[in-house]
Design a binder for this molecule. Structure first.
Ligand code: FDA
Length: 303
């Protein structure tokens, strides 16, 4: 737990980024969790995953931008990506972060940027998922998603089961018919806003999954935790859902055997596929989820 907190703390300390970038830690990290640094690599990996039967959601890596032009560059990349996905006829949508679209610079700017991405995505019949970041951005994220949904139906967001407020937030999203991806939550949070132990987060996940599967639009259960996957499958069966009514989502490079197993049982499985140069924050959160990854990388540091 202490190591997890330390890694999550370090994920926000950008001074380490250069070290990782220069060290061959970097290329190992990328290979393990990221499609590559370029759009072409992302498209190639999407093609391969689609051929294996997986759906994909693409994350152009980047977060916490502090200049409007960096947010504009993200919009440009996402729009180009949507066009390429459509041209190549790939089965993939987008995952975006509001801190990448400039919410720290100006929430109105981020909203305009989000609408621009949604507009192009709608033109090409693509779905846009707004990822959920740290709890200081939960309220603004939900607010902008609700507002955007009034104009664009190709939008959904994410609910984190470790947050105490998630029950209410999920109910609101479900009432509005906004699609939700349910996750445990990957950010460092204080006890006043988030459960601090795994059991509480797990129980909360189960309660939220029940609501989502019973009443939600296109429910997405995003976890690598077999107990939760089994729970969600059972709930879906009880509520009379068939395999095309909901989907499981997993991160690229994590528990590949389990991903393939779910596919072979007839489930819809979507892979969250990141690409781009700005992989540090994403990579550190993956380390924090499973500190054993750190030992694997440390062993290779000397090579
Ligand atoms: P848990 O961490 O208990 O993992 C279960 C098992 O899976 C582990 O025992 C291990 O075997 C394997 N595993 C999990 N993580 C691993 C890793 N990093 N490396 C190697 N093995 C690993 N969070 C968030 O805050 N906002 C968001 O928008 C999203 N979006 C998102 C999309 C998708 C598709 C997924 C799957 C997850 C997210 N997350 C997220 C991350 C999520 O909050 C959570 O941190 C991770 O999914 C890890 O939690 P699990 O539920 O997988 O369980």
């Amino acid at each position: 737990m202490l190591l997890r907190r330390m890694l999550l703390f370090l994920s926000r300390q950008r001074f380490l980024e250069e070290f990782f970038r220069k060290n061959h830690f970097g290329s190992r990290a990328k290979k393990r969790f990221v499609a590559g640094e370029t759009r072409l690599e992302a498209l190639n990996t999407t093609y391969r995953l689609n051929r294996e039967g997986f759906k994909v959601t693409l994350d152009y890596l980047g977060e916490e931008v502090s200049a409007a032009q960096d947010a504009a560059a993200a919009v440009e990349e996402y729009t180009a990506l949507v066009r390429d996905l459509a041209r190549e006829n790939l089965d993939a949508g987008l995952s975006v972060k509001l801190s990448h679209l400039g919410v720290r610079v100006d929430p109105d700017l981020a909203f305009e940027n989000l609408l621009q991405v949604l507009n192009t995505a709608r033109e090409y019949d693509r779905f846009v998922r707004v990822d959920m970041e740290g709890s200081d951005l939960t309220e603004i994220t939900l607010d902008l998603v609700h507002r955007a949904h009034a104009q664009y139906k190709n939008i959904g967001t994410v609910i984190q089961s470790h947050l105490r407020s998630s029950g209410e937030d999920l109910d609101h999203l479900v009432r509005e018919g906004i699609p939700v991806r349910l996750v445990k939550g990957a950010y460092l949070e204080n006890a006043n806003v988030a459960f601090q132990n795994r059991e509480d987060t797990l129980l909360s996940f189960m309660r939220l999954a029940e609501t989502l599967l019973k009443e939600g639009q296109q429910p997405a259960i995003a976890t690598h935790d077999e107990k939760l996957i089994e729970f969600a499958s059972d709930m879906a069966f009880i509520f009379g859902l068939d395999e095309s009514d909901f989907e499981f989502q997993m991160l690229y490079g994590i528990r590949r055997t389990l991903q393939a197993e779910l596919l072979s049982k007839g489930h819809r499985v979507r892979i969250y596929l990141p690409y781009g140069k700005d992989w540090y924050g994403y990579f550190m959160r993956r380390l924090a989820e499973r500190p054993a990854n750190l030992w694997f990388l440390l062993r290779h540091l000397r090579e």
